[in-house]
Design a protein around this ligand. Structure first.
Ligand code: PLP
Length: 435
């Protein structure tokens, strides 16, 4: 079968050799030392850069540079910037350290993987999509963040059709691929937002490969510390850095890591011409977050696991969605492909929307340790209502089939400590039922 994307076959050969591994994770120490790196970069708050001479300028526009830096990172900040380049290099190492090592050992002359940092997670998703689809293409998407969902739907006016399906059902994925030969990408989140379902990445990757279609994984909830999608068969990995990578809700950002043939030749032209460039200061803030990513994610995961177990036993809680619980339908799969289960919990209260709304209003008070706010992955815990907030853009019928009910509450567990959070949660629950 011929691949839709001309870069795919070359990548596929390298993917088999260097990317897919039985070892699921980069060792914690190596991960941490790459994250800390060589210290924070300077903030190069400049829009344009002077060339050494005419040849240097022309070479950079041709994508060549002598000193090993990204050639475009010293032309004009819309095309790249040294502070952003630092972030791109470190993120790319965190996800692809094993690929780089293996390719160097094999004496590969051309880069195998590339990365680009964007002004937001949505900019990363939108530009990746624009680089992959054309009129007549189809997108096969799982349950995704509300704006990703509405963005995919909005492409209909350009003749691009989005199909949504349950990515936990491999048979349904296989059937959908068969029915849509023009599929230009499979896009999924795992764990997904907000129902925390887990997709079988190796299984879906094999189905995608049969049809030579790229598998794009939004790894925002897991982060590269908890899940390394390239090792499991993904072709392109996206993160909203606004969440765990930043870790303090101080800026917005996104990253795309993917085959060099895609990033260099297809994504970069979209990047250059659409202008989704982050400010150097935002890249600097996001670089700072990398240094503690593993510690924060480990701690949030440990707290969330304990809190999910307690919530599951609470008499007012009808249902808890957390991949670390034995009751989670894909718990065994999560154990296989994740280092820990992450800091996100969703749950439903008995009695549906009303008590849920009262619980969230309780956390709107500044005297409680959490915030009533969207976003996630911060040192501060957030609670929110997906049906009226993050996922309100999804048609109601689709929300219902995906389990995004009116009573669903999403909790991003921060670093406040289990007992502090649990004390507040039990008090909030008590008040929610007092009416
Ligand atoms: C899973 C996921 N992907 C992407 C995004 C979009 O990221 P950003 O807000 O940085 O544009 C979000 C935002 O909440 C998200 O939760």
């Amino acid at each position: 079968m011929k691949a839709i994307h001309e870069w795919y076959d070359k990548w596929f050969e390298r993917k088999e050799k260097y990317a897919r591994t039985d070892e699921r994770f980069l060792s914690e120490d190596v991960f941490a030392s790459i994250g800390v790196g060589i210290g924070l970069p300077p903030i190069v708050q400049k829009s344009t850069f002077s060339f050494r001479n005419v040849k240097d300028g022309a070479d950079r526009f041709l994508g060549k540079s002598k000193s090993g830096e990204k050639p475009f990172a010293r032309i004009y900040t819309r095309l790249g910037n040294p502070t952003t380049e630092y972030l791109e290099k470190v993120l790319f190492q965190l996800d692809c350290h094993h690929i780089i090592e293996a390719a160097l050992k094999a004496d590969e002359r051309k880069p195998t993987i590339g990365s680009l940092v964007f002004a937001s997670g949505m900019a990363a998703i939108a530009c990746t999509t624009f680089a992959l689809v054309r009129s007549g293409s189809e997108i096969l998407s799982g349950n995704v963040y509300g704006c990703t969902d509405s963005f995919f739907r909005s492409l209909e006016k350009f003749g691009v059709k989005a199909r949504f399906l349950d990515m936990t059902d491999l048979r349904a994925v296989e059937k959908a691929l068969k029915a849509a030969p023009e599929t230009a990408m499979i896009f999924l989140e795992t764990p997904d937002n907000p129902t925390l379902q887990i997709a079988d990445l190796p299984g879906i990757a094999r189905l995608a490969e049969k049809r030579r279609i790229p598998l794009v994984v939004d790894n925002t909830f897991a982060t590269p510390f908890l899940q390394q999608p390239f090792r499991l068969g993904a072709d392109i990995v996206i993160q909203s850095m606004t969440k765990y990578i930043n870790g303090h809700s101080t800026s917005v950002g996104g990253v795309v890591i993917g085959p060099w043939g895609f990033v260099g030749e297809h994504l970069f032209p979209v990047y250059k011409d659409h202008g989704p460039t982050p400010s150097p200061f935002d890249s600097w803030l996001n670089s700072q977050g990398l240094q503690t990513l593993h510690l924060r994610v480990e701690r949030a995961s440990a707290s969330a696991l304990e809190l999910a177990r307690r919530l599951e036993k609470h008499p007012k809680v009808a249902r808890v969605f957390y991949p670390g619980l034995k009751s989670h339908p894909q718990h065994a799969l999560a154990r296989k492909q994740m280092r820990a289960f992450g800091g996100m919990i969703s749950f439903e209260l008995k009695g549906g929307y009303e008590p849920g709304a009262r619980l969230m209003d309780y956390f709107a008070s500044y005297t409680t340790p959490m915030e009533l706010a969207v976003s996630l992955g911060s040192a501060v815990s957030y609670i929110q209502h997906p049906a009226s907030m993050t996922h309100s853009g999804i048609p109601e019928a689709d929300r219902a089939t995906r389990g995004i009910t009116a009573g669903l509450v999403r909790w991003s567990v921060g670093l406040e400590g289990v007992e502090t959070l649990w004390n507040a949660m039990t008090e909030g629950l008590e008040l929610a039922y007092r009416g």
